[in-house]
Ligand binder design. Structure first.
Ligand code: PLP
Length: 377
């Protein structure tokens, strides 16, 4: 199997499986319980806060565990609207956000908030200035992703948030950092982010665990009410085994961000040069894109057809993003993809475990798809 859909999810790392199993077997106490078994679970939870805070450059007290990044972003958006959206009514975002940000914002829009969506320019770029100029003194929240999950485009969040904070210090800055976490610098202080959403299963940890950084002093109303876990921000008994797994992944990958980036950049260059030898195939993710995520258009073959053709050869990629499930991607449309490209674009996403030979196999399979499928078209 050649797995090239790491932006959708990742295979759990061996150290993660070990940590999860060990916590399941040994640390099954409720982390809120006062006896030893509970205290051991609580140690795993607080240890997890520590490792994640180190990568994000914040304090452990500023990290809150959730079930996934979707929950993290929903909580921030609705919680900020509840506490900061009484007087000011405007939210700034981009037209290329993941549905976990776009959908809650649509809901707020229906409830009477004004949502401004910054569009990429004709070259598919969004400048910090475009984001900053969409905000004004009525804006209480800005929510922008760090890396686009369909194309790998890196947004200029650090610069945009710094300027926003200077002009409108009371505006809350939220970043969906899912596709950038453990791949590029995600120091929340350097990014000027008040809130930052991350997910476990994109970084070698299990599904069902996420976290959110919330800067000390920022008051986000809780989405879930109950037993008051996570300092009242997120009620519900913490999943000690999943937190153990998330922590193991962050510990394993946190110290090798630049080495893995270098390795994956070599993979991307190889993909680019191999693809340049095929006519009718285009790599859409060039400079300014994260090398881990590559959008590739194969003229004349519908992405779903190509996806299944590749699957039959044991190669796994996705069509656009895993969430779009056959629907035309509004994100690719916003990035300026035309009708044909919208139908014929796949996403090839790497992890550091991908090898150069896997790319040769992929490109060879795309070439045979072109000759076999174009014949029957
Ligand atoms: N944000 C981005 C940019 C993503 O790519 C994804 C997953 O595809 C999410 C949020 C949602 O993450 P989760 O599956 O943890 O809810």
């Amino acid at each position: 199997m050649i797995y090239l859909d790491n932006a959708a999810t990742t295979k759990p790392l061996p150290c993660v499986c070990e940590a999860v199993l060990s916590a399941l077997e040994k640390d099954f106490g409720n982390p809120s319980a006062l006896y030893r078994l509970g205290i051991d679970g609580e140690k795993i939870v607080s240890g997890g806060r520590k490792v994640i805070s180190k990568v994000l450059g914040c304090t452990p007290e500023e990290i809150f565990f959730t079930s996934c990044a979707t929950e993290s972003s929903n909580a921030v958006i609705f919680g900020a609207a509840e506490n900061y959206g009484k007087r000011r009514k405007k939210i700034v975002t981009t037209a290329v956000e993941h549905p976990s940000v776009a959908k809650p914002l649509e809901k707020l829009e229906k409830a009477g908030f004004t949502v401004v969506r910054v569009m990429p320019d004709k070259n598919g770029n969004i400048s910090a200035e475009d984001i900053v100029s969409a905000a004004d003194s009525d804006t209480f929240l800005i929510s922008c992703m760090l890396v686009n999950n369909e194309t790998g485009y890196i947004l200029p969040i650090g610069e945009a948030f710094r300027k926003i904070k200077k002009l409108y210090p009371e505006c809350i800055t939220h970043c969906d950092g899912v596709q950038g976490f453990l791949k590029i610098n995600t120091s929340v202080r350097e990014l000027n982010a008040d809130c930052f959403s991350i997910s476990g299963h994109k970084v070698g940890a299990p599904k069902g665990i996420g976290a959110v950084y919330i800067k000390k002093g920022i008051r986000i109303a809780p989405l879930l009410l109950g037993g008051g876990q996570e300092k009242g921000f997120r009620s519900g008994t913490e999943s000690v085994p999943l937190i153990a797994g998330f922590s193991a992944a962050v510990r394993e990958l946190g110290g090798s961000i630049s080495e893995r980036y270098e390795k994956v950049s070599v993979l991307k260059s190889h993909l680019a040069s191999q693809i340049s030898g095929l006519s009718g195939v285009k790599l859409n993710s060039g400079e300014g894109h994260l090398p881990y995520i590559n959008s590739v258009t194969v003229d004349g073959i519908k992405s779903e057809v190509l996806l299944h053709y590749l699957e039959s050869k044991g190669i796994y990629v996705s069509s656009g993003s895993a969430c779009s499930k056959g629907k035309k991607s509004s994100v690719l449309k916003a990035f300026g993809f035309d009708g044909n490209a919208l139908d014929s674009t796949i996403r090839v996403s790497f992890s550091h475990e991908v090898e150069l030979s896997h790319i040769d196999v992929l490109v060879g399979a795309i070439a045979s798809a072109q000759s076999e499928l174009c014949r029957v078209r």
